[in-house]
Design a protein around this ligand. Structure first.
Ligand code: ADP
Ligand code: MG
Length: 160
């Protein structure tokens, strides 16, 4: 069951991230897909806030990974500049994906081969002529994430 949420401002996207954070569990992996400027980092910031992280959350485009400690550890990764899945090993990604924190991975499509088969896929869609409108499509992969989407639906309603 997919879930679609529409937002009309960065603030709304961040707020959605906060709500999502409230139902995250240790080991959850969230994979973000969408073009530059789609809103991936804005959502990651909202998730961080929802986990009680107050430090500034900036794009890890150059650092590749930023770690934060909140209600759960947050591993915020951005693999835009990575050559591909092969370079993921150097990052020690397994420690993050299969660890006790929450992983939020921007540009997940670039490292498809190493993504865990169970994960939450989050796609961002923009609209021509509507600069502030985004559709966030959430697709659960695996039992844990089906459960998460059910909880999300209970929390915020059916979507939109
Ligand atoms: P990405 O990480 O996907 O490259 P960012 O989150 O860094 O993108 O940037 C998203 C940009 O789009 C920001 O400049 C933000 O202000 C703008 N924006 C406009 N409308 C929205 C929206 N509804 N949700 C998220 N960002 C939005
Ligand atoms: Mg980004």
């Amino acid at each position: 069951m997919a879930f679609v949420w529409r937002t009309r401002s960065p603030g709304e996207t961040e707020e959605f991230g906060r709500l999502l954070a409230s139902i995250l569990l240790p080991g959850d992996v969230l994979c973000l897909y969408g073009d530059l400027g789609a809103g991936k980092t804005v959502l990651a910031r909202g998730i961080a806030r929802g986990l009680g992280i107050t430090r500034p959350v900036t794009s890890p485009t150059f650092t590749l990974i930023n770690e934060y400690s909140g209600r759960l550890p947050l591993y915020h990764m951005d693999v835009y500049r990575l050559g591909g899945s092969g370079e993921m090993a150097d990052l020690g990604y397994e420690e993050y994906f299969y660890g006790e924190g929450v992983t939020v991975l921007e540009w997940a499509g670039r490292v498809e081969e190493v993504l865990p088969s169970e994960r939450l896929d989050i796609y961002f869609k923009g609209f021509q002529g509507e600069p502030d409108l985004r559709e966030i499509h959430i697709i659960p992969r695996g039992r844990r994430y089906e459960e998460l989407v059910k909880e999300l639906t209970a929390l915020v309603g059916a979507g939109y």
